[in-house]
Design a protein around this ligand. Structure first.
Ligand code: SF4
Length: 79
């Protein structure tokens, strides 16, 4: 059970570059503002984004936060 949970988050991190826990970790490297804005602008044009809550249907993340983490990746490879 514990192992399944671990591998699930490992797979999530491989695909997304980060996990939601990285948002809470003070050692997580932030993206610079220009990069975060560029990423979020791509998300705003993406059909996978639920605009009203800025949540991605693919990864479940809130993109106004995820785009600000340097190591973050779009699960569809758009950024
Ligand atoms: S992370 Fe990728 S799939 Fe998700 S909303 Fe942004 S561009 Fe679309």
């Amino acid at each position: 059970m514990q192992e399944n949970l671990k591998s699930r988050w490992q797979k999530y991190k491989e695909k997304n570059g980060v996990t939601p826990l990285d948002l809470l970790n003070p050692n997580t490297k932030p993206a610079n503002n220009e990069l975060a804005e560029k990423r979020f602008n791509i998300c705003k044009e993406c059909p996978e984004l639920i605009p009203v809550i800025s949540q991605c249907k693919k990864c479940g993340c809130f993109m106004h936060l995820k785009t600000k983490l340097d190591a973050a990746k779009c699960p569809l490879g758009k950024w």
